[in-house]
Design a protein around this ligand. Structure first.
Ligand SMILES: [Zn+2]
Ligand SMILES: [Zn+2]
Length: 344
């Protein structure tokens, strides 16, 4: 269906259920007011780490088996999967294993669309030589199914690494909205704050999303000594410009890299027809994310002159991934399961 067709379709749906439009517009106004009224001062004692490794454990794309760069610079004791020939699962979800000096964090826990046990996340972690027992902390970017381990978890306000029992060590889970978990010590992050040495949350930013309601999303800020701030993003619902502005306000330090979901499903959705083009972009349902907006985001990133941009394919189409690549050149890459990024 073309844009006119969608406009007519949604006008009819809107007429049938006008309150859905009214409540969306109300949520959107509230979110705008919240953004305008939130004052942020820089954290004084953020500190830094000397080495950050980001290893995608769930992503839309996976590193090829012949990829010699997959899992380079491994810690001692972990096997290199590019040699083992292990199959790495892919899905339209996000989970990144972060190693921040000697600590291991899990950023989001994937989608597990088929409610499997072991989940794609657990299978990939094992193939990559890791286990949930290695974790020191979990960071959940926002309460959407592709980040909390499935639709049921989203509905229940929880998160899970797999559809069956998972042995977790005593750890803390930082979440941006009220959530619960049977094992983890859940801490709701309500404002920008330091979480560990050199690690902070942007604090939750609200975006009104059609059909799904307002969503609070926070991003992780890691200060790598000698480089600057690396921002790890889940879906990017708050918009890239606001996330960057918040990162700068929270840290008052130069931004070195942006890694994660930026939500540019311009030419197609990863989750069924229309899905991400309509849901998640903060617009009315007949309005799409345009090529011009993606081009503006690419130009914005180019102007920031970052050392690294790594974009998730879980909520950006191939056209957008190609656009970022062409505008940013060698500094830009597409995130792939098993392909480690090291900043040190
Ligand atoms: Zn997402
Ligand atoms: Zn999302």
């Amino acid at each position: 269906m073309n844009d006119k067709g969608w406009a007519v379709y949604w006008a009819l749906v809107g007429l049938a259920k006008p309150w859905t439009i009214v409540s969306f517009l109300r949520d959107r106004r509230r979110a705008e007011r919240e953004w305008a009224e939130t004052l942020v001062s820089p954290l004084e004692d953020l500190g830094s780490c000397s080495r950050l490794s980001v290893l995608p454990a769930v992503e839309y794309y996976a590193a090829g088996k012949d990829s010699s760069s997959a899992r380079r610079d491994l810690s001692a004791g972990h096997e290199d999967p590019s040699d083992s020939g292990e199959h790495l699962a892919t899905e339209a979800g996000v989970s990144y294993l972060l190693r921040i000096d000697d600590k291991t964090w899990l950023f989001d826990v994937g989608l597990n669309a088929r409610h499997e046990h072991p989940s794609p996340l657990l299978r990939n972690l094992e193939a990559l030589g890791f286990s949930p027992a290695d974790l020191d902390a979990i960071f959940i970017s926002h309460l959407h199914l592709d980040h909390v381990g499935g639709p049921e978890e989203m509905k229940q306000g929880s998160f899970s690494l797999s559809a069956g029992p998972v042995e977790l060590p005593d750890l803390v889970a930082y979440v941006p909205t009220v959530m619960r978990h049977p094992q983890a010590r859940v801490e709701v992050v309500t404002a920008p704050r330091k979480l560990a040495e050199g690690v902070a949350s942007t604090g939750p930013l609200t975006r009104a999303i059609w059909k799904m309601g307002p969503i609070q999303e926070h991003s992780l800020l890691i200060n790598v000594a000698g480089k600057g701030i690396v921002m790890v993003v889940g879906c990017g619902h708050p918009t890239l410009a606001r996330l960057v502005a918040r990162a700068k306000a929270v840290t008052a330090l130069p931004l070195y890299g942006v890694i994660g979901g930026l939500h540019f499903p311009v030419t197609g959705s990863r989750v069924g027809k229309g899905g991400q083009n309509i849901i998640g972009n903060g617009k009315l349902p007949w309005q799409r994310i345009t090529r011009r907006e993606a081009e503006a985001a690419a130009a914005f990133l180019a102007d920031l002159d970052l050392g690294l941009v790594a974009v998730s394919g879980h909520d950006s189409c191939d056209w957008s991934l190609g656009l970022f690549q062409s505008k940013l050149g060698e500094r830009c890459r597409t995130l792939q399961v098993g392909k480690e990024i090291v900043i040190a």
